[in-house]
Design a protein around this ligand. Structure first.
Ligand code: BGC
Length: 495
């Protein structure tokens, strides 16, 4: 840890506190390495629509939006969304306009296996993604595929979803179907998107589907199952497909970066362990398993609650070694940063991940540039700091930035998105110039889309989608032109 901060200072980061003005000075060369890849990202449920077309089965998000429309701020859903299932060619046009090198999209499990199981295999779903992959490649765009982005098959939820270890077998069978059908052309696979963002509201607070309310227990169990399923898919790929297909597999984790006004470096490390280390440590650290600080604190809290075992499942024994080292890169979704302080009174409900975290997160509402999403502020120093943390903590593993983006009201003249992109991409470049092994940057999102419980009220897209036109016309925003200039020049335009 000490080395992290020494490096942090050594690397010329004058201050570890953010300036708040959404900009970052350049340090070192102004161009990205020639093979650096720029892309854009989406996920199936958020853009595809056609929720029950061509044999697709229901996912927990289909059920959730239909049964609980009140839980979506504008009572909308992804039934039709941007209609990318029907109009993929429009997305392809958008990608070509940007001149991206790669496109990250997710596959809908229930298009491939409508019930989640191989017995329900649906050729039309396979045909659809074959078409997508072929067209991308024909246009020189590398497909980057997320195997799971929140849309769990309803039938698997009935079996307990992520709380049942049987999930691992179903997941591996589904992943193998993808490797078999698409692995000759897809060379970058992401097993899961943002486990914490899925497990905490899905199996902890119950805000999101599948609405299991088991705070501080179900969420940790879900996170442990994801680590095991990820590792199982990795091993299967390595044993059966790697030799012919030669692709890479990783997991995408999300994390904020953290700042302390009192320079409490131990606290910053604790926060990074609770947000990133909670999944990264088991896969990417030398020792494996959950981070020590989590094992210790959650174990202690569990005993104090009168339990006989920790609420954090144990990865000791066979799992620890089985999971450690099972990734060729680390996928990172990073959007924002926070100040942190040690809590002076108990946080959240008892038990809960928040109670275990025991930290207060603070944002500077007055001085920081704020996105439409209540949690999103432009703090590019965080991007640079996070990448250096990963460099030092996880042996300079290859990092693929799988998401980074800005939300607003959907305006075409989206200057704040341009400021955000400019400064965060500068943060990536500064980190590379300081020895960080970052190979890809992926903007979230290609299109305005269904932003989960925020419906269509928060816009992250480089393209706006006319939801009233039957063909869902896409129009580039000002930021799309700006991003294209970055991609074309492999550098950051000064003006
Ligand atoms: C998710 C996306 C989401 C984005 C913006 C990420 O957490 O992977 O699905 O739309 O953030 O909230």
């Amino acid at each position: 840890m000490l080395t992290f901060f020494l490096n942090f200072y050594k690397s010329g980061c004058e201050s570890i506190l953010p300036s708040g003005n959404c900009s970052l000075p350049a340090k070192g060369p102004t161009e990205f390495p020639p093979n650096f890849s720029f892309g854009a990202a989406t996920s199936a449920y958020q853009i595809e629509g056609s929720w029950n077309a061509d044999g697709k089965g229901p996912s927990i998000w289909d059920d959730f939006v239909h049964n609980h429309p009140d839980n979506i701020i504008d009572r909308t859903n992804g039934d039709t969304a941007a209609e990318s299932y029907r109009f993929f060619d429009l997305d392809l046009e958008a990608l070509k306009y940007l001149k991206v090198n790669h496109y990250r999209f997710s596959i809908s499990w229930t298009r491939i296996y409508p019930t989640g199981d191989i017995s329900s295999k649906n050729q039309k779903g396979i045909d659809h993604y074959n078409m997508v992959i072929d067209k991308l490649l024909a246009n020189g765009i590398q497909p980057m595929v997320t195997i799971f982005h929140y849309d769990l098959p309803v039938e698997l939820h009935k079996l307990g979803g992520f709380t049942n270890e049987l999930f691992i077998d179903y997941y591996v069978t589904y992943a193998e179907e993808l490797f078999k059908n698409f692995g000759d052309r897809v060379k970058t696979w992401i097993t899961f998107n943002e486990p914490v963002r899925f497990c905490k509201p899905g199996y902890g607070t119950g805000r999101d589907p599948p609405q299991v309310t088991a705070s501080g227990i179900g969420d940790y169990l879900c996170l442990a199952t994801i680590l095991k399923a990820h590792a199982a898919a990795y091993h299967m790929y390595r044993e059966k497909y790697f030799q012919q297909q030669n692709g890479k597999i990783g997991i995408t984790l999300d994390t904020s970066f953290f700042f302390s006004e009192t320079n409490d470096t131990e606290l910053i490390d604790r926060c990074l362990q609770f947000s990133l280390g909670i999944e990264a440590h088991a896969i990417h650290s030398k020792t494996g398993g959950f981070p020590e600080v989590l094992i210790k604190d959650i174990g202690r809290n569990s005993l104090q609650e009168g339990r006989i075992r920790s609420r954090l499942p144990s990865l000791e024994g066979k799992w620890k070694d089985y999971i450690r080292g099972t990734a060729d890169f680390l996928g990172i979704n990073h959007y924002t940063s926070k100040y942190v302080k040690r809590a002076t009174q108990p946080m959240g409900t008892n038990p809960s991940m928040d109670r275990d975290y025991d930290t207060v997160e603070i944002v500077d509402e007055k001085n920081w540039l704020k996105g439409k999403s209540f949690w999103l502020f432009c703090i590019p120093e965080g991007m640079e700091g996070l990448l250096k943390h990963i460099r030092d903590e996880y042996d300079n593993v290859e990092v693929i930035i799988t998401e980074n983006g800005w939300s607003d009201e959907g305006e075409l003249e989206d200057d704040n998105r341009i400021h955000f992109m400019k400064s965060y991409i500068q943060g990536v470049l500064n980190a590379i110039n300081d020895g960080c092994n970052v190979t890809h940057y992926t903007y979230w999102s290609l299109l305005d889309n269904f932003e989960w419980t925020k419906g269509y009220t928060e816009h992250f897209g480089l393209f706006t989608v006319d939801m009233k036109s039957p063909k869902r016309k896409r129009t580039p925003k000002k930021s799309a032109g700006y991003y294209r200039r970055i991609i074309e020049s492999k550098g950051i335009p000064i003006d």
